[in-house]
Design a protein around this ligand. Structure first.
Ligand SMILES: Nc1ncnc2c1ncn2[C@@H]1O[C@H](COP(=O)(O)OP(=O)(O)OP(=O)(O)O)[C@@H](O)[C@H]1O
Length: 304
C-alpha cells in the first residue's frame, strides 16, 4: 500500500486559552476522498490549515506527501481551496486562473475548467464583484488548475446552487479517478456519503469516529426491523433463523425489534420464518440509520 497522503499524529493547536485541536490523529490514504465532519468550532479548519502549511503545528507531527507541510517543494503538488475564497479581491477571474496555470508544469486546460465550472461569464470581473457562488467556483478552479496530487477543499459547496454542487461533486469524483487524493470538510451529510471513501468525525478537537460512510452507519441500534404480530413469539428460535449476530427482542406484547445487518435477505428470512408458523405480521418497518443520525448520536449536535 502506498504511504498515506496525510498523517497527523497527536496534533495540538491553541488560540490563546482556546484549544482548537486536542491531540488529534488522522490518516488520509493516497487516492482517497476523505471527509472531515464536525459541528461548528470542532477544529476542522484549524486542522486542515495546519496540513496546508498555513499554521505551524504547536505540538504533534503532521506529514503531507511525506514532507513537513511548510516545505516549499509541496506548493506545486497540492491544491487548496480556502473557506474564505483566497483570491486577491481585485484580481480578474480568468487572468487569475491563467496566471496560476502558468506557474505549474502540467496545468489543466484553463478554458475547459472555466467551462466545466460555469465561469465563462466572469472573465474580467474582479473577484470581489463575483457572487458568493461564483467566488466558490473560482476558488475551486484555482485549487485544481495546477493538476495537484493532493487537494484540500474547505467546505467546497457551501452556498452553491444545486447545479454547481453537482458539478463540484462530479469534478471531485473525476479527480479521484485520476488518482488525486482529496481532503474535504463539509456540513452536508449527503455530500460526505456521496463523495467520500472515508469519513473522520471531529468533535472538540479530536477524531471521535472514522470509517467509510457504510461502516459508520452499520451495526447501530437504528439498523432495525420493527414488526408487530401475535404476542409471545419464540424470539430465540427466530434469532437462530436469522444471520449470526442479529438480536431480536419483544418490546411490549406483540411488538418486536430485530437489530443487525439489515438487508433484503434478512427481511425475506424473517417473513419466511413467520409464514412457516402461520403468522401474518401486522406491520413491518425497516429503519436504517443515516450518517446524520450517527453524527447526532456521537456529537449530540446537528451538523450546522
Ligand atoms: N483565529 C482564531 N483566533 C481565535 N480562535 C479561533 C481562531 N480560529 C478558530 N478559533 C477557535 O478555534 C476553535 C476551532 O475552530 P475551527 O475554525 O478550526 O473549527 P471548524 O470545525 O472549522 O468550525 P466551522 O465548522 O464553524 O468552520 C473554535 O473554538 C474557534 O472559535
Amino acid at each position: 500500500m502506498p504511504a498515506p497522503a496525510v498523517e497527523v499524529r497527536d496534533l495540538v493547536m491553541q488560540y490563546g486559552e482556546t484549544t482548537a485541536v486536542d491531540h488529534l490523529d488522522l490518516t488520509v490514504e493516497t487516492g482517497s476522498v476523505t471527509a472531515i465532519l464536525g459541528p461548528n468550532g470542532a477544529g476542522k479548519t484549524t486542522t486542515i490549515e495546519t496540513c496546508e502549511g498555513f499554521r505551524a503545528a504547536q505540538a504533534g507531527t503532521v506529514r503531507v506527501l511525506g514532507l513537513d507541510p511548510r516545505d516549499a517543494s509541496l506548493r506545486p503538488r497540492i491544491g487548496v481551496m480556502l473557506q474564505s475564497g483566497g483570491a486577491w479581491s481585485g484580481s480578474r477571474a480568468h487572468e487569475m486562473l491563467r496566471h496560476i496555470a502558468a506557474l505549474h508544469a502540467h496545468p489543466l486546460d484553463v478554458d475547459a475548467v472555466i467551462e466545466r465550472l460555469g465561469l465563462g461569464s466572469c472573465g474580467r470581473t474582479p473577484f470581489r464583484r463575483l457572487s458568493g457562488g461564483q467566488q466558490q467556483r473560482l476558488s475551486l478552479a484555482m485549487a485544481i488548475i495546477g493538476r495537484p496530487e493532493l487537494l484540500f477543499l474547505d467546505e467546497p459547496t457551501a452556498g452553491l446552487d444545486p447545479q454547481a454542487r453537482r458539478a463540484t461533486w462530479e469534478l471531485v469524483t473525476e479527480m479521484r479517478d485520476h488518482g488525486v487524493t482529496t481532503v474535504l470538510t463539509t456540513h452536508f451529510m449527503d455530500e460526505a456519503e456521496h463523495l467520500s471513501d472515508v469519513v473522520h468525525i471531529v468533535d472538540a478537537g479530536r477524531v471521535i469516529a472514522s470509517g467509510s460512510p457504510a461502516d459508520l452507519t452499520r451495526e447501530s441500534a437504528r439498523n432495525t426491523i420493527r414488526f408487530t404480530a401475535t404476542a409471545g413469539l419464540d424470539v430465540v428460535d427466530l434469532m437462530q433463523a436469522l444471520p449470526e449476530g442479529t438480536k431480536v427482542e419483544e418490546r411490549g406484547a406483540g411488538s418486536y425489534v430485530v437489530a443487525g445487518d439489515v438487508d433484503p435477505a434478512m427481511l425475506a428470512t424473517l417473513t419466511a420464518w413467520c409464514a412457516g408458523r402461520g403468522i401474518l405480521p401486522e406491520s413491518i418497518l425497516v429503519e436504517r440509520q443515516t450518517l446524520e443520525d450517527r453524527f447526532l448520536d456521537l456529537t449530540g449536535r446537528s451538523l450546522r
